[in-house]
Design a protein around this ligand. Structure first.
Ligand SMILES: Nc1nc2c(ncn2[C@@H]2O[C@H](COP(=O)(O)OP(=O)(O)O)[C@@H](O)[C@H]2O)c(=O)[nH]1
Ligand SMILES: [Mg+2]
Length: 312
C-alpha cells in the first residue's frame, strides 16, 4: 500500500493534506495512491451544500460544523467555491472561532485550488472526498457555488445535497432554469430573519407539486446562520435523507449510478488519449488542416473512422 494511504488510515492529518496536494497537482503517483485509498472502507455521510454566492453557505457550514462537533462527530469541509476560500479567514466567522476549529483534531478544512480546468477541479474534488473518507471522518461537507456543470458533477458524488436559498433574492428562477432544483434533497431557506420566507416556501412547495419527485420528497428547512438557528433541524433533515437512502434501495442505486458515470469518465479519458496520440502521430492527417475548405465535421468523422478501422 502507498505510504500516504497507510498514514491516512492511521489518521495522520499531514498525510491527508499531502495527498490532496498530490491530487491537485496530478502527481505521477496519484492513480496508484487513489487505488489504495479506494480499497479502504468508507463510512462518511457525504453532504453537498450548494447555492448562489452570498446565500450564506460558508456561514451555515461553520455553524453546522460546531453543531456536529457537539455531537462528537468528526467533520471534513471541502470548499470548491473559488470566490470564498475558507483560508481567507472572514468566512469562518470571527477569528477566535476559526482558530478553535483549526486546533480541533476532529475537523479538517480544505479549499480546493482553482488552478486547472473546471472539469479537472470536479475530478480533483471527487478524489479529495475519497481521501477524506479513507481518513475516517463521520461527515464530509462540500461547499460549491451552484452555477455550472462542474458543480452538478460534484453533486453527483454526494449522498445528500442541500440547496441554500434566501428570501427575496430572486434566486429561485435562475436556479430552476439551470436545472439545479432537481438535485436538491433538502431546500435550506437561510437568512430566515429576512422578509419573504413564507413566499419562498410557497414557491418551493409549488415547484414540488409540478415536479412531483418520485420517492424522496425534498424537505424544506429554515435557518438563520448569523444567529445559529435551525442547525438541529437542518441536521435532522440531512440524516433523515441518509436513512431514507439506506433503508430503501435508493442508496445502492445511487452508488451504482455514480460508479457507472465514473467508469465512463475514466474510459472517455483513456479513449481520447489514445485517439489523440494516433492522430498526432500521423502527419498526413494534420496536413489536411491546411486545406482552406477543411470541414471540421467531415474531418472528425473520417479521423475517428480511421482510428476505429485500425482497431479492427
Ligand atoms: N441576515 C442574515 N445574513 C446572513 C445569514 N447567513 C449568512 N448571512 C450573511 O450573508 C453574507 C454571505 O455569507 P457567506 O456565508 O459568505 O455566503 P456564501 O457565499 O454562500 O458562502 C455574509 O455577510 C453573512 O454574514 C442569515 O441567516 N441572516
Ligand atoms: Mg462561501
Amino acid at each position: 500500500m502507498h505510504i500516504l494511504a497507510e498514514k491516512i488510515q492511521q489518521q495522520d492529518m499531514r498525510a491527508l493534506a499531502r495527498a490532496i496536494t498530490m491530487i491537485e497537482n496530478d502527481h505521477e503517483e496519484k492513480l496508484e495512491l487513489m487505488s489504495d485509498i479506494f480499497s479502504i472502507q468508507k463510512k462518511a455521510h457525504h453532504i453537498g451544500i450548494t447555492g448562489s454566492p452570498g446565500a450564506g453557505k460558508s456561514s451555515l457550514i461553520n455553524r453546522l460544523l460546531t453543531h456536529l462537533r457537539s455531537k462528537d462527530l468528526t467533520v471534513a469541509v471541502i470548499a470548491v467555491d473559488p470566490t470564498s476560500p475558507f483560508s481567507g479567514g472572514s468566512l469562518l466567522g470571527d477569528r477566535t472561532r476559526m482558530n478553535q476549529h483549526f486546533l480541533d483534531p476532529g475537523i479538517f478544512i480544505r479549499s480546493m485550488a482553482t488552478r486547472g480546468s473546471l472539469g479537472g477541479l470536479a475530478r480533483a474534488t471527487k478524489d479529495t472526498i475519497r481521501v477524506c473518507d479513507a481518513y475516517g471522518f463521520d461527515v464530509i461537507l462540500v461547499e460549491t457555488v451552484g452555477v455550472g456543470q462542474s458543480e452538478l458533477d460534484i453533486m453527483k458524488v454526494v449522498d445528500t445535497t442541500g440547496l441554500v436559498l434566501t428570501p427575496n433574492s430572486g434566486d429561485v428562477l435562475q436556479i430552476f432554469k439551470a436545472g439545479i432544483m432537481e438535485i436538491a434533497d433538502l431546500f435550506v431557506i437561510n437568512k430566515a430573519d429576512l422578509p419573504g420566507v413564507v413566499k419562498l416556501k410557497a414557491t418551493l412547495e409549488e415547484y414540488m407539486m409540478i415536479a412531483q419527485p418520485k420517492g424522496w420528497h425534498p424537505l424544506i428547512v429554515k435557518t438563520i446562520s448569523t444567529e445559529n438557528k435551525g442547525m438541529e433541524e437542518l441536521w435532522q433533515g440531512m440524516t433523515s435523507h441518509y436513512d431514507y437512502l439506506y433503508e430503501t434501495d435508493q442508496g445502492e442505486k445511487r452508488r451504482q449510478l455514480q460508479l457507472r458515470l465514473e467508469v465512463y469518465e475514466l474510459i472517455r479519458e483513456e479513449i481520447w488519449r489514445d485517439v489523440k496520440i494516433k492522430i498526432e502521430k500521423e502527419t498526413g492527417k494534420l496536413k489536411q488542416l491546411e486545406d482552406p475548405a477543411a470541414d471540421p465535421y467531415e474531418l472528425a468523422r473520417s479521423w475517428y473512422q480511421g482510428w476505429k478501422g485500425e482497431r479492427g
